[in-house]
Design a protein around this ligand. Structure first.
Ligand SMILES: C[S@@+](CC[C@H](N)C(=O)[O-])C[C@H]1O[C@@H](n2cnc3c(N)ncnc32)[C@H](O)[C@@H]1O
Length: 225
């Protein structure tokens, strides 16, 4: 399996904060963290606005449009492909977005190791790699341990938004989140019923006439499950 690295000698991406714009990969050590290596988002952004986290941002259409449309919220994207990471960092820098950060690393690892408890308001997972071959299924991001981590990092009442064009992965997503006691399904739509979104892959898949599956799960208040 591919092991993404964080690179060395890189400085954090600081577009729009008056610092020189650096589009080299972000290294986690240089982002403000608490002692347990978890991001202190209030220090990262210099405010305590709600945080939305997208995993696997691709070319970043959703993340950038969202950060532009919602300056009252902070947006964090994780992407392990350098090419996409750089593209999004450059686009965000050109637009001077103060409320957006991108990280180059493995999304599952970042969630597990670097995001604190109840630190995120909304978690976005759009068209994650489906790993269709049987021997690769264990590489899928959305599995039971991921749902547990999602429950940990989401605030009470926060949500996870999921989309896929892959039938089998859609079934898995629902099975995983329906089985987790800390989540309740608040939205599901398939095909033409699914509201149009703005990710790059969704645009492409809709043009190709593929069936899109969308789900939303709400994190139940702690102590109520
Ligand atoms: C099918 S694309 C979807 C991109 C975007 N969400 C969209 O809908 O346009 C999947 C993206 O997730 C990234 N990705 C896959 N596995 C990842 C992982 N473990 N950590 C971070 N990024 C990952 C890929 O590099 C790719 O950019």
């Amino acid at each position: 399996m591919r092991t993404p690295s964080c690179g060395t000698g890189a400085r954090p991406y600081l577009a729009g904060m008056g610092a020189p714009v650096d589009t080299s990969p972000v290294i986690l050590e240089q982002i403000p963290q608490t002692q347990d290596r978890r991001f202190a988002f209030t220090d990262v952004f210099g405010n305590d606005k709600p945080v939305e986290l997208e995993l696997g941002i691709g070319k970043g259409r959703f993340l950038i449009q969202s950060a532009e449309a919602h300056p009252e919220r902070n947006w964090v994207g994780v992407e392990w492909a350098s090419r996409y990471y750089r593209m999004v960092a450059e686009r965000a820098a050109k637009r001077g977005l103060h409320n957006l950060r991108v990280l180059r690393d493995d999304a599952g690892k970042v969630v597990r190791d670097n995001v604190g408890d109840a630190a995120v308001d909304v978690l976005h997972v759009y068209f994650p790699d489906p790993w269709p071959k049987a021997r690769h299924l264990k590489r899928r991001l959305v599995q039971a341990p991921f749902a547990r981590e999602a429950a940990r990092i989401l605030k009470d009442g926060g949500s996870v938004q999921l989309a896929t064009d892959h039938e089998d992965y859609a079934v898995q997503m629902e099975e995983v989140f329906n089985a987790d006691p800390d989540f309740e399904q608040t939205f599901r739509a398939v095909g033409d019923e699914a509201p149009e979104g703005v990710t790059n892959w969704e645009v492409k898949f809709r043009r190709e006439g593929r069936t899109i599956h969308k789900f939303e799960y709400r994190r139940k208040p702690r102590g109520s499950a």
